[in-house]
Design a protein around this ligand. Sequence first.
Ligand SMILES: Cc1ncc(COP(=O)(O)O)c(C=O)c1O
Length: 367
Amino acid sequence: MKINQIKPWVNEAEANYIKKIVQKTYLTEGDETLKFEKYFIKNFKVKHSISISNWTSGIFACLKALNIGKNDEVIVPNLTFVATTNAIILAGATPVLCDVDENNLCLDLNKINNKISKKTKAIIPVHLYGHCCDMDKLNKICKKKKLYLIEDAAQAIYSTYKKKFLGTIGILGGFSFYGNKIITTGEGGLILTNSSKLRNKIYEIKNHGRLKKGIFVHKEIGYNFMFTEMQAAIGNIQVKKLKKILKRKKEIFETYKKGLSTIKSISFMQNLAKNKPVHWFSNIFTKDKLKLKKFLEKNKIQTRDIFLPLNLQPCYRKYKIIKNIKDRFPVSNKIFNTGLSLPSSYNLKNSELNLIINKIKKFYSLK
Ligand SMILES: Cc1ncc(COP(=O)(O)O)c(C=O)c1O
């Protein structure tokens, strides 16, 4: 049997609960969604949480709420999933890329100052694979240059920086609940903020430009990024599993790290001391990536590449929509060439974990 790189932990618990919710017949955003949102307000020590159809729309809604659009620039790391950039493009603004740090794969703040121009309105740090950059330093830069800080914490639910939850440090932040994320609602996302004004603006943006359903005079232009009770039902079971998922993912990461410690050409991500990361995926870095990937594939072990850097994405090269796509991004490009995500699911068995480690050791002994 093949070992998957990632698989959600969804079972009868979600199936039985969703049946109960569906039987109530109210399927659009309602009480179940409110319950889901309240979980985050309580556990993430934040004033407001707004559920959203997915986090891509969430980033777009955050930018719209801050009036960021045409003629504005937004700085993002060159290493992220394309959704971060595409939401900026959808809002009509121009993405500007910044290279990442080799250890934590997040924004390299030593390289960010010369990316800031008169047009820059915001910086979106992406907490890639549950890690983060020096958020104090980034906050200082944003304050000094009067820029908004919007956190893309899609992959970092429950990761902290100086005991503060990632996603709650900037003016706005949010999570993704896509199928492969730490917890899932199928599709879905959540925005976090301490600003009541922004909470209301975002709610209007996601609800056709109105603060309440059932009203047909619309003072603002809005869209439909509403959540559903089915998503919330799954989410409310998933949050009960969250601590267990994070614990297991940490164990998986530590087992790989220990098991592969004798292989000198393999390295791991390193978090900042102030960051307590979560381990969405366990990644390794090796110059033998391609051969190792093929070898593992032959042995029915699925792996995944690190994200293709944005400057190398065919879509952005074709449409010339990114300001500095022709710059050099040596670190993110190197990370792509060496990085591999190993199987990292909650349900990964210890026997499978040991098998993967032994296969990797075998690959290196064969070389
Ligand atoms: C870093 C990052 N940003 C944004 C997104 C977009 O989230 P969604 O799939 O919920 O739209 C994802 C994941 O899909 C992601 O990994």
